[in-house]
Structure formats: C-alpha cells, structure tokens
Design a protein around this ligand. Structure first.
Ligand code: ZN
Length: 489
C-alpha cells in the first residue's frame, strides 16, 4: 500500500498513516445535528471527509465510514435557554420531535447528494443508541470517573485529570478551562463548572426522554459519538474526524469518556477541517451572514450576487487545503466557477484529441504529482494546480502545439478521470445539464463532416452556411489544423 501522511491533531504533526487493519479501516466523523437546514458550514466537513473516504478507497483500503446523525438534541449554551432545540421546535410547531429530525435529515441527505458526497457506510442515529449510551455511562461510573447528582450523571473531570490528562487534544490544561468555563446552563447540581453531563434528568416539559437507571432523561451530547464509534468500529479505530469547532469541548470530552470507560483513547488519528468564514467573519445567525446550501444553489440570499451550482461549492472547498481557513465571497465563488468550467472543458477537449506517432510531454507527470499531493495530508489544492498545468497542455494539444500517442492519451484520460471525478468527486454539471448533448453529438459531427467535404471541394458557400446555422442554434464551431472542434454555448 502506498505510504501516505495525515496531520494528527492529537500529536500536532504529520504522521504516516498505518491502519490497525488495512482490510478494515475505521473512520468516524461527527455528522450533522438535524434541527435546521444544512448550510455552508456543513459543506466543508462533508466534502473534506468525502475526499478522505474516496481517496482511501482509491488506494485499495476497505473503509467503514461511520457518520452520525444527532437527533436527540443537545443543550447549547448560547443558543437558547437550555431547552433542547428539537423539543423547543416541536413544542412551538406542534410536531413530534422525530418529525423535525426526519425532515432535516432528508434535507441534509438531499444537499449531500447535490454536492456529490458519498453516503457513509453506516449512519447511526443518536436516538437509536440510547441503550449503548446508558451502558457506557455505567462503565464510566463503575470506573470512578463520574458521579450522580439529582438523577443526572456528570463526568468528574478532576478525578479523570488525576489519572489521565484532560485537555490533550485542544492543548488546554485544567486551569485554563476553569477560568474560561462560564456556568450558563444553570447546572448547579454539578460539582465543578467544567464537569459535563453524561446523562441529564429531564424536566417535566422535556419531550425527548428515555428511562435509565438514574432518571427519565437523555444522554449528554458527547456520549453518542463515544458510544456509537465503539459499537461500529470497536474500542480502537483509525480515524476520527470533524470540524475544528468540535475540538473543544466535544472531542475533548469524547476522548475523556472513551479513556475513562476503557483505559485508552478510541481514535488513533484525529483529523480536523478548518472553518469557512464569510467575508472574513465567522458565520452566525445573529450576524445576518448565515447562508443555507439551498440559498447558495438558488442564489436567494441578500449576500449572493448569483446562484452557485453544487459543484462550484465543492470545487471552492477543494481549492483550499482542509486545514487552511477558507473565506467565502462572491468573487471567490465566481473564480471557482470559472476554474471549474475550464477544467471540465479540458476534460471534453481531451476526449477529442487525435493520436500522433510521438508524445511531446510525459503524461506520467500528472499522475505522479497528483499522487504525491494526495499522499501529503490530502493536499487537494496541489492536485488542482497539477491538473491546471495539464489543462494548458491539453488545450495546446488541441491546437496542434503538443502531440500524444494513443497509449498516452488513454493514460492521461485515466489519470484525469481518477482525480477529477473519482477522488475530487467532481461532476460535469454542464454536460449533465445539456443532457441531450450525447444525442446531438452524432448529428453535429455529421454536419461538420459534410462541411469538411464542402471545404475540400472549395464549396465555401455550403461550408459557411453550415457553420452559420449551427452558430444560430448555439453551437460554436472552431476550425482546427486537423479538423474541427465544437461546443454548446
Ligand atoms: Zn461527535
């Protein structure tokens, strides 16, 4: 297997990826909370880990990719008054909480299909794994790293920190955490502000609740990922991914829970994608710059100058390395749209290049550069830059300034297909949209061959007439040294 490196947030360095079992690579990524429309912020982790999933599979690994659905709802300190978000919406709209979770899960899936994000191998719902979560809470209690208080169970951060180190992932120590933890959710039954809930007793108005040995209630948010990753990937697995915003407290707490329950951390490589900012600002509902994916696809948002296709969004995300910041702006998306268009046109041009006796460029160079870039911590912008160097070469070949043997053309096509479509996961939207182009092709080519004959007979009137009529219906004809080229405008 090819040697690849990944940046491990836990050790803060690039490490050679060595899976526990190449026949069974385990990858867990924190999925969406389903109480709102999928937005621009969802696109980045989705595309990043889709790239990783596709790439690992292209190397020959068998990957079990688990991405959860958070449908239990969880308390968000700054979002509302401590009421479960799904429950609140359900109460206001008189719906079953699961109706809301289902509705937004479907919306999320639809947006992911648009972005050409592959479905994970397993997509467990938190609500379907309450028993597993209760079992794990019990394990942590038995190990002495949690305590009960008024029917709720809290993780005992201090006790844990004595035996292990709390804050390993985010690089914080307990003193920093003490001074930075505000006790906003009124959980006065906690011993310390930094202790976090493993199980919460439900108040009487709380709709989503399950029985447990301690109270009718619901699991703490961090529990679901620890419990479900263990269930589907085992006590130890290879990769745990998610957005950088989840590093603390969510992933830090996951590490503490798994370590407390089993004496060791579950995940070996922690991988975090950076965030998307909007014109340099963090995205947030209160800032008025919150853009849903549907708004991007339709252009219906005050900040948008136009609609952007799903592949433009995907290409925009892939143009930056996943650990770099990525700033959204109309200009940046328009540049991505143009770049993607050039790339897709070159793919079409490549299909029409006629073979020659010799090759003027080494087609293996593209494969080599792309492979090296991906092996270096999934460096998609370097892959794209290599592809663009070859866009230029392909266009030169179409102009007769470069030539390739049939064997090299086939090899180049295979490399372009592998990286553009299989690994970067792009789609040629224009070709798909034109849909009929494949039926049109033989007709246009028949007319253009007739035009070639007319030209050979110096029948300029017929030749011009064919070209002008095609132009009139939106088909642009370009004369080439050895024939013609055409495109739908
Ligand atoms: Zn998670």
């Amino acid at each position: 297997m090819e040697k690849i490196t990944l940046y491990n947030t836990l050790t803060r360095r690039k490490e050679t990826f060595e899976p526990l079992n190449p026949e069974h690579v385990g990858m867990y990524v924190c999925g969406p909370t389903v109480y709102g429309d999928p937005h621009l912020g969802h696109a980045r982790p989705a595309v990043t880990f889709d790239l990783m999933f596709r790439y690992l599979q292209s190397l020959g690994y068998k990957v079990r990719y688990v991405r959860n659905i958070t449908d239990v709802g969880h308390l968000e300190h700054d979002a509302d008054e401590g009421e479960d978000k799904i429950a609140k919406k359900a109460r206001l709209e008189q719906l079953e909480p699961m109706e809301i979770a289902h509705y937004y899960t479907e919306r999320y899936h639809a947006a992911m299909r648009e972005l050409n994000v592959l479905s994970p191998s397993i997509e467990p719902h938190a609500s379907g794994h309450i028993i597993e979560q209760i079992e794990m809470v019990q394990k942590i209690l038995d190990a002495g790293y949690a305590y009960e208080s008024n029917g709720s169970i809290y993780f005992d951060v201090e006790a844990y920190n004595r035996d292990y180190r709390y804050g390993r992932l985010s690089g914080r120590n307990l003193d920093d955490i003490v001074t930075n933890t505000r006790d906003l959710d009124g959980q006065s039954d906690k011993r310390h502000s930094y202790d976090f809930a493993l199980w919460k007793k439900a108040s009487s108005e709380h709709i989503m609740r399950w029985p447990s040995p301690w109270s009718d209630g619901f699991p703490g948010w961090h529990m679901e990922c620890s419990a479900m990753s263990t269930k589907y990937l085992g006590e130890q697995f290879d990769i745990h991914g998610g957005g950088m915003d989840l590093m603390f407290p969510h992933h830090e707490c996951e590490i503490a829970q798994s370590t407390a329950a089993q004496g060791k951390d579950s995940a070996r490589y922690w991988v975090h994608n950076n965030m998307i900012t909007i014109n340099g600002q963090k995205m947030g509902k209160s800032l008025g710059n919150f853009i849903t994916l549907e708004q991007l696809f339709t252009g219906k948002h005050d900040m948008l100058q136009q609609a952007y296709t799903p592949m433009t969004i995907r290409f925009f995300v892939l143009q930056a390395h996943y650990r770099s910041t990525l700033d959204f702006s109309n200009e940046a998306l328009q540049a991505a749209e143009k770049g993607l268009d050039r790339l897709m046109k070159a793919v079409e041009t490549l299909a029409k290049i006629k073979p020659a006796a010799t090759s003027t460029s080494d087609v293996k160079e593209l494969e080599r550069r792309c492979a090296e870039a991906m092996a270096d911590d999934l460096n998609s912008p370097m892959v794209i830059s290599a592809l663009f160097d070859w866009v230029r070469i392909i266009n030169q070949a179409a102009e007769g300034q470069q030539s390739f043997t049939q064997e090299d053309i086939d090899s180049l096509k295979a490399t372009v297909n592998k990286y553009v479509f299989e690994i970067l996961g792009l789609r040629n939207e224009k070709a798909a949209e034109a849909g009929g182009k494949d039926m049109v092709t033989p007709l246009v080519e028949m007319l253009l061959n007739m035009r070639m004959e007319a030209k050979a007979n110096k029948d300029w009137a017929t030749s011009d007439k064919i070209r002008d009529n095609l132009t009139a219906i939106g088909i642009r004809v370009k004369d080439r040294k050895d024939g013609f080229d055409w495109e739908i405008e």
